[in-house]
Design a protein around this ligand. Structure first.
Ligand code: SF4
Length: 360
């Protein structure tokens, strides 16, 4: 195993007398930390699942998904033995389904190569699909108490302000160095690496927030460079974000006379492979003429316009009998029941669930 690389922040370092103030972060954490399901019994598996779910997703959204997932797949082996469709179904509503596929694939590797024992080394963890430096830091520090630093959005903001980091490269080298510095400094003084990283993340989430940092009475005020030079609002440095692209598509919500709903399953889409969604008109083929024949009392086909996941109903139309189109190499069609969708028996994206709840 490689030794943890410790480098000092390039731009700023607290004066030695002020460094001890960093320990107040831990005091703050002991009294202010939230009770979260993955904090009780912080095994490698539970930390891993929670961290993957928390990527791109808020804590409050993740909690019920995490509890449900752990109940269904309580350990690495049960996850490895599940079918991919079952794993995707449990992920329904969380989005970014490649995360679930990577979890499943990694669980199979851990089961076959490590007999289900969660690996502890950085190299072994980095070799698993979907695990990058942040997740390695979270798993090694929280589950195994190894002094491994991490950097997520909250930690980046906190260290950016503490060290007044006003420039960095795309790899966030200075922010990583600052996080590494804090880990080294506090772990050498006997603090648990799990608490160090979690306190930094929690401090960023609850106290040193993006829009309203609570600088008055802040336990780290004396060691905060941004505060001392009176320019907290300049940190973190603003990133130039690409303009949001407006994505509009037309999908069809189609029922047959047994009240089943027609879904398409993409076998090629990089992000949503294996997920069930409403079909696009272009996928339905010529047999599906939805113009004319309007009989609103028989609402079998509903045309939906979806713009960046916002759905609006455009036209309600009726078509005599409805047959599922033929499967193609990259798209499969299937009729599914409402209960299969509601009870998460199949992997369904949030837009499909949302439109069924809204319009059926
Ligand atoms: Fe954050 Fe303000 Fe505290 Fe500095 S003084 S760590 S900016 S809350």
């Amino acid at each position: 195993m490689k030794a943890t690389r410790i480098s000092k922040p390039a731009l700023y370092q607290p004066k030695p007398l002020r460094q001890v103030e960093l320990a107040k972060l831990l005091e703050w954490y002991q009294s202010r930390q939230r009770v979260l399901p993955w904090r009780t019994d912080a095994s490698g598996y539970r930390v891993w699942v929670s961290e993957i779910m928390l990527q791109q997703t808020q804590v409050t959204t993740v909690i019920p998904f995490f509890n449900q997932f752990i109940e269904r797949f309580p350990d690495v082996k049960s996850l490895a033995m599940a079918k991919e469709s079952q794993v995707l179904a449990s992920w329904s509503g969380l989005g970014y389904y490649s995360r679930a596929r990577n979890l499943h694939q990694s669980a199979q590797i851990i089961t076959s190569e490590y007999d289900g024992e969660f690996p502890k080394t950085r190299e072994a963890l980095l070799a698993l699909p979907g695990i990058g430096p942040y997740t390695v830091g979270a798993i090694r520090s929280i589950a195994f108490s190894e002094p491994e630093p991490l950097l997520d959005g909250n930690v980046e903001r906190v260290v950016g302000r503490l060290f007044a980091i006003d420039k960095d490269d795309h790899k966030r080298t200075n922010h990583w160095a600052a996080s590494t510095y804090i880990m080294k400094f506090l772990s050498k003084r006997g603090f648990d690496p799990s608490d160090i990283n979690q306190s930094l993340m929690e401090f960023g989430a609850l106290h040193c927030t993006q829009r309203s940092p609570q600088c008055v009475g802040c336990p780290l005020q004396k060691t905060c460079k941004a505060f001392s030079i009176d320019c907290v609002e300049n940190f973190p440095i603003k990133k130039v974000r690409p303009k949001k692209v407006k994505l509009t598509e037309t999908r069809y919500l189609i029922r047959n006379r047994k009240n089943q709903i027609l879904v398409r399953i993409s076998l090629a889409d990089r992000w949503r492979k294996g997920c069930f969604d409403l079909p696009l008109l272009s996928e339905l083929g010529e047999n599906f003429s939805v113009a004319g024949n309007s009989k609103p009392n028989k609402k079998i086909i509903i045309k939906l316009v979806v713009t960046n996941h916002e759905i609006s109903r455009k036209i309600i139309q009726w078509s005599g009998s409805v047959r599922a189109p033929q499967n193609r190499p990259q798209i499969k069609f299937r009729w599914v029941s409402r209960s299969e969708i509601d009870e998460n028996e199949i992997p369904v994206g949030a837009p499909l669930k949302k439109s069924i709840r809204a319009f059926l």
